[in-house]
Design a protein around this ligand. Structure first.
Ligand code: TEU
Length: 558
């Protein structure tokens, strides 16, 4: 423990909660940047981003200072759910490029020292996948149907809801029903069928052979369904708010999933290098999530309970404590995340009217939040996150401070969460609007033609990269500073102590051989006085020297 903890705040209580890792494989401390390929950068001008566009922007990501990218699905897909409806797991959709482009992208990223994680969607295929087409053609009782969940039933087989609204079952022409936890164009696979297991083992090998560093596994908690496919009586709204244990429903967090991931881990471990996989598992509470990151399963799991934490000092402290206690109990790194392609961007979400609402549910009637306060909080929240030990995920555009585009017109929206939601839910298109690169250019520099698959609002120009790069106080420069200081001071791998400075202030000390860094986030309404002995390394707002205003964060050292 550095002397600073004792000198600067002699009266404050210190609660030690985490020790540094002994060995630190890259995935224990990495900052991983999520690319949503359709919206990142468009090299051929058709209005859809592509692999060539990502390649052209790798220098930007290198300059930003990230360790790895995770690319959302780019496989052949009818795009009924933004590519999470895969028709061929071992190819590239022509909209995005070719397999040769994927190889080129991986090689170019590696040359810059950026690792590449790709997305695997094992819970369901597209209904246009050859397997589902074969199942429809082969008819009831066939081995082709056994790869999915087909049921003969006089009415809807059970009360399971689709995540996007309506029942999770659709009837086919011969009378059978098939299960789809998401859109009707995303039939769920039957993971009891050995062919399903073989196909995905082969798919992992296919991409590992091409050099990817790992995988993000889509809805890793859904693959196994409780026997009997019985009705459930849990409160679906409470479930979506994360207020119930995930296995309160018979199609989530069933113990059988772990066997699958142990087999996958053995595949990853049979390859040279440190290949890693991260579970997208909306599993609560933390001790259940920890089961996914035991030594022989995933290296990481997304920390969605942290993402859901409200803007409140006690809530954040509790999440930090519980996250680290549970990750440490199995020797896994903690992970941290504030935004992704499924949730309301945190510059908007952190000021929404009902902060306990599921982060992906955007109600049509919801009041439009204050953009200025939202950005202020978002910057402070990111400053806290990037100081925490473990690995952090960033979502494209958050480094520009982008807001959720709530005002997209209905006719522009494509998300099944909107299309199946009867107009009550606006869906997730608003966090997927193409990135602004240049203020005075067609489509704000997304491409050269001005085409854009989702319309960009006029104020996106003010967020453009060329308006922020090199400008003191911009959100982009804040992210670059946070990432640079994080690297210099090795914040991803330090011991962590919570410091009790004030009830409405979250303060923590990260200590390692680079010294102690104190992070202070003010969630109250009164400014917090910065001790005269402390030096400001980086602050989430301009002009922070001796007072830390409300909704701001600062990194300090002696
Ligand atoms: O999302 C999983 C998921 O359960 C939620 O984030 C989802 O967006 C929400 O329940 C919608 O109501 C993953 C992908 O990240 C998402 O884009 C896909 O739509 C989904 O799986 C299906 O593949």
């Amino acid at each position: 423990m550095s002397p600073r903890t004792h000198h600067a705040t002699p009266d404050s209580a210190v609660e030690h909660i985490h020790d540094a890792f002994g060995t630190a494989e890259w995935w224990r401390t990495a900052v991983i940047y999520q690319v949503y390929p359709r919206s990142f950068a468009d090299s051929d001008g058709d209005g859809n981003g592509d692999l060539g566009g990502i390649k052209n922007r790798l220098a930007y990501l290198h300059d930003l200072g990230v360790d790895a990218i995770w690319i959302s699905p780019f496989y052949p897909s009818p795009q009924a759910d933004g590519g999470y409806d895969v028709a061929d797991y071992r190819d590239v959709d022509p909209m995005y490029g070719t397999l040769a482009d994927a190889d080129d992208l991986i090689a170019t990223a590696h040359a810059l020292g950026i690792r590449v994680i790709i997305d695997i969607v094992p819970n369901h295929t597209s209904d246009e996948h050859p397997w589902f087409q074969a199942a429809l053609a082969a008819g009831p009782g066939s081995p082709e149907r056994d790869r999915y969940w087909f049921v003969d039933s006089p009415g809807v087989p059970n009360n399971w809801p689709s995540e996007f609204g309506g029942p999770a079952w659709t009837q086919v022409a011969d009378g059978e029903w098939y299960l789809h936890l998401f859109d009707r164009k995303q039939p769920d696979l039957n993971w009891e069928n050995p062919e399903v297991r073989e196909m995905f083992a082969g798919t992992l090998r296919f991409w590992l052979d091409r050099g990817v560093d790992g995988f993000r596994i889509d809805v890793a908690h859904h693959l196994v369904k409780a026997p009997g496919l019985l009705d459930f009586d849990a409160d679906w709204d409470a479930y979506n708010r994360g207020a119930l244990p995930t296995n309160a429903v018979p199609f989530a967090d069933q113990d059988g999933v772990h066997d699958i991931y142990q087999q996958w881990r053995a595949i990853l471990d049979s390859y040279p290098g440190e290949r890693a996989m991260v579970a997208e598992a909306w599993v609560t509470p933390h001790d259940r999530l920890a089961l996914y990151v035991r030594a022989d399963e995933f290296q990481q799991a997304f920390n969605f309970d942290y993402m859901r934490a409200t803007w409140d000092a006690d809530a954040l402290r509790a999440q930090i404590r519980t996250t680290l206690r549970n990750a440490d109990s199995v020797g896994a790194p903690a992970t941290w995340v504030l935004s992704n392609h499924d949730v309301i961007r945190h510059a908007t979400r952190l000021v929404r009217a009902d902060p306990t609402m599921a982060p992906w549910i955007l109600k049509a009637t919801e009041p439009r939040p204050d953009t200025g306060l939202g950005l202020r909080r978002a910057r402070a929240a990111t400053a806290l996150m990037l100081a925490l030990p473990g690995s952090s995920y960033l979502y494209q555009g958050e480094e520009l401070g982008l807001r959720e585009v709530i005002e997209l017109p209905a006719e522009a929206r494509t998300d099944p969460d909107f299309l199946r939601g009867g107009g009550h839910r606006l869906g997730r298109d608003g966090c997927r609007v193409p990135i602004p690169w240049k203020k005075d250019a067609p489509a704000f520099g997304f491409n050269d033609t001005g085409a854009s698959w989702l319309p960009q609002p006029a104020d996106f120009g003010d967020y453009a990269v060329d308006r922020q790069r090199g400008r003191d106080g911009s959100t982009l420069e804040l992210y670059r500073s946070l990432l640079a200081v994080r690297r210099q001071r090795q914040l991803g791998n330090g011991s962590l102590a919570l410091v009790d400075l004030r009830a409405d202030v979250v303060a923590l000390d990260v200590t390692n051989d680079r010294g102690t860094t104190r992070i202070v986030l003010n969630l109250g309404s009164e400014p917090w006085p910065i001790p005269a002995s402390a030096r400001v390394l980086v602050a989430s707002a301009d002009g922070v020297t001796d007072l830390l205003p409300a909704d701001c964060a600062v990194w300090l050292t002696d």
